[in-house]
Design a protein around this ligand. Structure first.
Ligand SMILES: NC(=O)c1ccc[n+]([C@@H]2O[C@H](COP(=O)([O-])OP(=O)(O)OC[C@H]3O[C@@H](n4cnc5c(N)ncnc54)[C@H](OP(=O)(O)O)[C@@H]3O)[C@@H](O)[C@H]2O)c1
Length: 283
């Protein structure tokens, strides 16, 4: 693992630190003795993590409770961190809205767009500017790590808007690697495939029917921290890398059709199992 503290120094801010991949990022950064700003909605979980990391490592932490889909909460984050020298920002928070696009409540889709797209753009813009300033005054390097998804690499029926939010993150990240690189700010876009977190547990699909192997969230986070400053984008896992790569070689409609069929099948199987379970408990 590269020495990120030597490279970026100071504090690291992690969104989605209360769970899954974000929590693993926080744990790994604490091992490197970064002081940490932990952002999420679940203050109790963030506080438990904060206490644990402070007891295990010689670091300071600050818990910032914020619902990233709410403008007031989002815009309060800069003022709550103004006094800190932030050298690394990891934007891991994200939600999915699976299901038939036309059957979704628009308010749910909007909450997802605000969380996955708006908040990530706002925080990358704010802390990118702060890092540019920091570079001029303190001559320090900065890093921004964006969490996208394997689903960014193609349209995904039943995850249409979610996959589109992740395609936005990937495209934004690729361009920022080039733009911000000139300011000594490293930008990496990490695209995990299926990863064993509460996010994956909540998917209403029979995951065993998908040609995917759930990855360990710690391995995924470690990969991001290994590659930042060295690459623009990284997909976690060999099979996932293959899916992202082959999409460039075949007509765009083929993987859309394939994943559409696989996911519909996995959703049908989940619903069938669920209705069987319900009818057994009713009897
Ligand atoms: N797990 C997978 O299979 C998978 C695959 C590809 C990509 N990803 C991406 O990886 C990232 C992390 O997901 P994960 O698997 O670690 O999921 P997770 O365990 O469910 O964690 C999601 C995190 O996002 C935070 N979050 C969600 N909505 C928020 C909101 N409105 N405001 C503030 N924080 C919010 C949650 O914190 P609170 O609940 O405390 O708010 C939580 O810490 C996401 O961007 C996801 O799209 C995951």
């Amino acid at each position: 693992m590269q020495n990120l503290m030597k490279k970026y120094e100071g504090w690291a801010l992690v969104t989605g630190a209360s769970s899954g991949i974000g929590k693993e990022f926080a744990k790994e950064l604490a091992k490197q003795h970064f002081n940490l700003v932990l952002v999420g909605r679940n203050e109790a979980k963030l506080q438990v993590l904060s206490n644990r990391l402070k007891s295990e490592h010689p670091i300071n932490t600050r818990v910032v409770r914020a619902d990233l889909s709410q403008t007031d909460d989002l815009e309060s984050i800069p003022s709550q961190t103004r006094d800190l020298d932030i050298g690394l920002v990891v934007l891991s928070a994200g939600v999915d809205e699976m299901g038939v696009f036309l059957d979704k409540d628009y308010s749910d889709l909007q909450r997802m767009l605000r969380t996955n797209v708006d908040s990530l753009t706002y925080l990358a813009h704010h802390y990118g500017n702060a890092m540019r300033e920091r570079r001029h005054t303190l001559k320090k390097r900065g890093g921004i790590l964006l969490v996208s998804s394997l689903f960014a690499y193609q349209g995904i029926p039943n995850f249409a808007a979610y996959a589109a939010t992740k395609a936005y993150v990937l495209t934004l990240g690729e361009a920022l690697t080039s733009e911000l690189g000139k300011q000594n700010i490293d930008v990496l876009t990490l695209s995990p495939g299926l990863t064993a977190t509460p996010f994956a547990d909540g998917l209403k699909m029979n995951l065993s029917l998908l040609p995917m192997i759930a990855q360990n969230p710690n391995k995924v986070a470690r990969l991001g921290l290994k590659k930042i400053g060295k690459k623009a984008t990284v997909v976690s896992g060999f099979l996932n890398k293959f899916y992202a790569w082959e999409n460039r070689l075949i007509p765009r409609s083929w993987p859309v059709w394939l994943f559409g069929a696989l996911i519909s099948n996995a959703m049908r199987s989940f619903n069938k199992r669920n209705s069987l379970k319900h009818s057994r408990t009713a009897n």
